[in-house]
Design a protein around this ligand. Structure first.
Ligand SMILES: [Cu+2]
Length: 294
């Protein structure tokens, strides 16, 4: 190998090693398997994953063992002529029917699990959180102390009003917003309302075993989860959505219910206060402007 080629190879290796992992979240648990589950759904989905994995692993070992056994048993031997076998119809039927039944059973089981875990309606007391994905980040809107999100509509969604808020809804006065941070309490159902500003993005948290596309012009309102583990997780967009896709991520913090309630109290008070100051300064400038915003 010439020295220039070696230098090129070395530089390429250095580049890959230094740049490739730069934006990846450090993973601390279960490096050789899926990351530790952190929601109720995730644990049940894992049980299906384990069943399929151990079943296919068992079939793989069994078939490979038989294959290798026959390879050795019927290897070429001096003085032994080759023997032609047409096969055995009865055996063919058996080894076609058994896998077909297994696939059918797995299909039915998986489908039922999908509808029970992923498409079941969210509990009525779930915390409602509104998420709008955009190139390249996540707008998050949380309900304040009243537990209700201010009304919104798809038609009102613009670059400036990215949640599509209707300004006259008092339920929205104590709502608070965060950028690229989703904070949820442990052990309480959280119901997400997912939308997109521009192109298709995907809400994906590996520890939650949750993956849902967000589609422009659509409100996706069937996604919900209940966190079972405290910690900080990464929400990563999983649809190639443009040049900045690699860095479209958000923090998902699972905190205790007390911490969550404290945060909501603080944030919704701040939201109410800022609204009051805004209204006061508006009325000082022009009393008619306030009247028209009501
Ligand atoms: Cu994206």
């Amino acid at each position: 190998m010439t020295s220039s080629r070696r230098l090129f190879g070395l530089s390429l290796l250095l580049l890959v090693l230094s740049v490739a992992p730069a934006f990846a979240e450090v993973r601390e648990t279960n490096l050789w398997w899926t990351p530790d589950a952190a929601t109720k759904h995730a644990h049940r989905i894992d049980s299906l994953l384990h069943l399929i994995f151990y079943l296919t692993a068992g079939v793989f070992v069994a078939t490979q063992t038989v294959f290798i056994y026959f390879l050795i048993k019927y290897r070429r031997k001096r003085g032994v002529p080759a023997y032609y076998s047409h096969g055995n119809n009865q055996l063919e039927i058996i080894w076609t029917t058994i896998p077909a039944l297994i696939f059918l059973a797995l299909g039915i089981y998986g489908n039922r699990m999908w509808f029970r875990e992923v498409r079941s309606p969210a509990p009525a007391d779930a915390i409602q959180i509104d998420i709008v994905a955009y190139q390249y980040g996540w707008h998050v809107r949380n309900p304040g102390l009243d537990g209700k999100l201010g009304k919104f509509s798809q038609q009102a969604l613009t670059k400036d009003n990215f949640f599509g808020l209707e300004s006259n809804d008092p339920a929205g006065d104590d709502d608070y917003q965060s950028e690229n941070v989703l904070t949820v309490p442990l052990g309480k159902a959280v119901h997400l309302h997912l939308r997109s500003m521009d192109v298709i993005h995907a809400f994906y948290v590996p520890e939650f075993r949750m993956y849902q596309d967000t589609v422009p012009g659509r409100l996706i309102s069937w996604v919900w989860f209940e966190a079972t583990r405290l910690g900080n997780f990464e929400l990563a967009c999983s649809q190639l959505c443009g040049a900045g896709h690699y860095n479209m991520k958000a923090k998902v913090n699972v905190v205790t219910l007390e911490e969550y309630n404290k945060l909501v109290a603080e944030k919704s008070k701040a939201a109410l206060d800022s609204k009051k100051t805004k209204a006061a300064s508006l009325s000082a400038e022009s009393p008619t402007a306030v009247a028209s915003t009501r």
